[in-house]
Structures are given as C-alpha cells and as structure tokens.
Design a protein around this ligand. Structure first.
Ligand SMILES: Cc1ncc(COP(=O)(O)O)c(C=O)c1O
Length: 397
C-alpha cells in the first residue's frame, strides 16, 4: 500500500540542524532551530523546574490517567498568567480550556474545534508566519489566507496593509495573531496597534486566535500579555494556544494550553465538552508530567518567584545579545543600519538579507540559519558574536 507514497522534501529547519552537525568547521554557528541557549550553547533545565521535579517525584503516587482536561491547577495557573486575575472572562466563567501536548497540540485541536463549528471558516495568518501554522491549521481542512505583516525593505511591520486586509474579513473569519515575540520576524505590534486590531475585530466580527509561545521573552510576563488581555477583556470569543516549551524550558515534555473565551457560561460548558472530544479523537488523554511541573511552579509562591527570575534572565540575555550584534555589525563596517534588531522581540529576528546571502554565509562561514533570514538570537554568545558580525558584513557588501 505504501508504494504509492512519494518522498517529501526535508523539513528546512530540521535539515539545517543535520547539515550543522555534519559540518567540521571549528567556529561554526547555529542560529537555526528555535530553542533557548545559554552562554555555553546549552539548553539548560530551569532551576525552578529541577526543584519541581524533585517535589513531584516525592509526591506522585500513581501513573493512572489524569482527567481529560488535564491538571486543573495547571489550567488555572496558566489562565491567570495569560489573562490576569482581573479577567472578566475568567470571573464570569466563560473560559473553556484543556491541557494540550505542546503549543502545537493546542493549535491543532483548536483548528479542529473551529472546523467543527464552521468547516468553511477562513483562517487568516500573517505573511510571514511560523511555517508550522500552515500544516497544523490546514490539516483540519480549514482554508488559510494571509494578511500582510512584515516589510523586509523597511524591516518593520506594514501595519496599514495589515489593517486594510483585516478590514475585509467577514463575520466568523478567524485571524491568527502572535500574542508576542512574533515568529519568525521578532516584530511585535505596539500597544496602540493592538488597540486598533481590537476595533477592527469588533467592527468585522472576526474571531482572534492568539498563538502565545514566548510569553515573558519580549518585555516581561505582564507586558507581553497586553494584546491577549485587551482582546479577551473586550471580545465575546477568542481562541488561545499557549506553549510552555520555551519560557519553562519544557520542550520535550509537550505541555501547552488550548483555551477558548466563549460568549457565556452555557456555551462554555458545550465548548469544553467539544474540545475534550476533539482531543479524545486524536490522542485520547493528555500527558501528565510537564503540566504537573508547571502546576507546581505556578501555584507555589517561592517556585513561581524563582521561575519569573529565570524568565527575566533569559529575556535580558537575549536583549543584550541583540545589542551586542548590532554594535559588532557597526564596528565591523556594516554599510547598513541594523538597529532594527534591537527593537525586535523574543528569540527571533529577521536580518532582512537575501536568500543568496544566507546561502553564502552558510557555505563560506558555516553560519546556519533559514533562508528567510530568521536567526535564533539565543544562539549568539560573547565568543561567536564577532565572527558572526564579520561573516554577515562580508556577505552583505
Ligand atoms: C509561533 C509558535 N507557536 C507555537 C509553537 C509550539 O511549540 P511547542 O509545540 O513546542 O510547544 C512554536 C514553537 O516553536 C512557535 O514558534
């Protein structure tokens, strides 16, 4: 039966990792896959997570299934983190939510929920967006359209064009927005721009679908939630897919959250049943471990404080790496102003160089990143920044 299948092109990001591992260059640099790295190039287990693991080991008495929606302490902790204690949607019991296997799992089951509600719903994604949005949402059978987002020529958001397109959305359309730290560009909406998005969402009656994979990596845990809280406080329906892979460093544990702000409590009960039934039809029961760890961290004052400190450290380190790169580019004679990198947020930046230049820096200098020019800022460190800047300057001349 499988002889009818045809080979697929390798995944561009995973293919890059393979090429990097095979490269014997002593000063090769990996700015490809989106995982946080410390100064030594390691992806550490956060200290708060290590402590929670010890507590969990001592406390866990069974490996039986957890409840279908996941750990309720995890769900409540995450919803408070995202929406805040003051959230009207939470207070009025309008939020359905399940623990999902990673942010990807959350995106996928929310896409299936949208398809159950309206199989003709159109989902608008930013141009560009994270490549995996397309299969995750498209596999649910939904039509995908793009709205303009980033202009490489000006290295900034093309907000007017974005708004012009959103003004053409119709009732029931779904608009996917990155909650913060846009992947791949690092270019985030300002608070004033979020205010305008809210207005157009009200006018056109589309449903925002917020992907939140980097909360805390932009300006801070509360600051980064501005758009999420604005939309969820002011609209009847919003979808949220959140991930704990990056900000808790729990990549392999697969822990995420799918949440739906609904019109009222009666509809919330129905949506809760539906999203659990979607999950049941795909993977049946949620994995426990990662959610149990995040539950412990968010519901223990001391551990939560330690975790926030570690998120602050990761964010501040990435900010300082941006500044270091911009300085080194100028110091090495770049004939272009790269200061836009300092205003981009989170783990990624678009360097706005051409695919040919990306290929050249890879073949000539063993610096690896994807052809869109997206770099993982966390892959830079004090040892490699000068080499990186020199290599970049040499290919853009
Ligand atoms: C924009 C975005 N959304 C969601 C995810 C989902 O991550 P995970 O499934 O590992 O939690 C990622 C991971 O890279 C991402 O960049």
């Amino acid at each position: 039966m499988f002889e009818v299948l045809t080979p697929l092109a390798p995944d561009p990001i995973l293919g890059l990792s393979v090429a990097y591992n095979e490269d014997s260059h002593p000063h090769k640099i990996d700015l490809g896959v989106g995982v946080y790295k410390d100064e030594q190039g390691n992806t550490p287990i956060l200290k708060a997570v290590v402590k929670a693991q010890h507590k969990l080991l001592a406390a866990e008495k069974s490996k039986t299934y957890i409840s279908p929606q996941g750990h309720q302490g995890y769900i409540d902790g995450m919803l408070t983190l995202l929406l805040s204690e003051k959230s009207q949607a939470l207070r009025s019991n309008r939020v359905a939510a399940v623990q999902a296997p990673g942010g990807c799992g959350a995106l996928r089951i929310l896409a299936e929920l949208i398809a159950r509600a309206n199989k003709n719903a159109k989902v608008w994604v930013s141009d560009p967006t994270w490549a995996n949005h397309i299969p995750l949402i498209g596999s649910a059978g939904l039509e995908i359209q793009t709205y303009p987002y980033f202009d490489k020529a000006t290295a900034s958001i093309n907000f007017d064009a974005m708004m012009d397109t959103l003004r053409q959305c119709t009732k029931g359309d779904v608009v996917l927005l990155h909650g913060c730290c846009h992947n791949p560009t690092g270019a985030d909406l300002t608070n004033a721009q979020w205010d305008e998005v809210l207005q157009v969402a009200k006018e056109r009656e589309f449903v925002p679908f917020l992907d939140v994979a980097y909360l805390g990596f932009g300006d801070g845990l509360n600051e980064d939630a501005y758009g999420i809280r604005l939309l969820t406080d002011n609209l009847p329906e919003v979808l949220i897919a959140a991930s704990c892979s990056k900000n808790f460093g729990l990549y392999r544990e697969r822990v995420g959250l799918a949440a739906i702000i609904t019109k009222d409590t009666a509809n919330k009960q129905i949506v809760q049943g539906q999203i659990q039934s979607v999950a049941r039809g795909i993977y049946s029961m949620p994995p426990s471990y990662g959610g149990a760890l995040v539950d412990m961290i968010l519901n223990d004052e001391q551990l939560k404080h330690e975790w926030i400190t570690e998120v602050d450290e990761m964010r501040n380190r990435m900010k300082s790496l941006r500044a270091m790169l911009v300085d080194q580019l100028a110091a090495n004679g770049a004939d272009r102003d790269f200061s836009f990198v300092n205003s981009q947020k989170g783990m990624f930046s678009f360097l706005c160089i051409t695919p040919e230049q990306v290929r050249e820096i890879r073949s000539q200098h063993s610096v690896y990143f994807v052809e869109s020019s997206r770099v993982n800022i966390a892959g830079i460190n004090k040892q490699n920044v000068k080499t990186l800047a020199k290599a970049l300057v040499s290919v853009i001349k």
